[in-house]
Design a protein around this ligand. Structure first.
Ligand SMILES: [Zn+2]
Length: 126
């Protein structure tokens, strides 16, 4: 049966984390005997986070719909050369899709506004 850590915290509550099964009655954070293990775990965690960090990519300026194919071409090349992780490539592909839709909506809105303007002008002249 798992017991909880017996450490009393500054707010007088007990820690409540699962105690290690070494008979100490403390969790890994409060067990004095586990300091080395904890430091190793923190280091390993630090390494894991660094590993997941995005690689340094050259910035790609996107100012219009016409720039999106260049972004996608770059990502495709990076996937082919293994210079970008697949998770980042997938994310960029997904975001590029949203970006294209946003540009299309903006284009559509501009066309509608133009048509409205023409219709209103014709109403005034007749
Ligand atoms: Zn604890």
């Amino acid at each position: 049966m798992t017991k909880n850590c017996k450490q009393i915290l500054e707010n007088s509550n007990s820690c409540g984390s699962y105690a290690m099964n070494d008979g100490s009655g403390f969790c890994i954070s409060h067990n004095p005997a586990a300091r080395d293990i904890k430091e190793l775990a923190v280091k390993k965690g630090g390494f894991a986070i660094k590993k997941q960090a995005l690689p340094q990519l050259p910035s790609i300026e996107i100012q219009s719909k016409a720039d999106v194919p260049r972004l996608l071409t770059t990502v495709i090349e990076e996937v082919r050369h293994g210079t970008i992780d697949l998770k980042s490539a997938n994310t960029l592909g997904y975001l590029a899709g949203i970006l294209i839709k946003a540009y299309e909506l903006t284009d559509m809105q501009e066309k509608i506004e133009e048509i409205e303007r023409i219709v209103l002008e014709r109403k005034r002249t007749y």
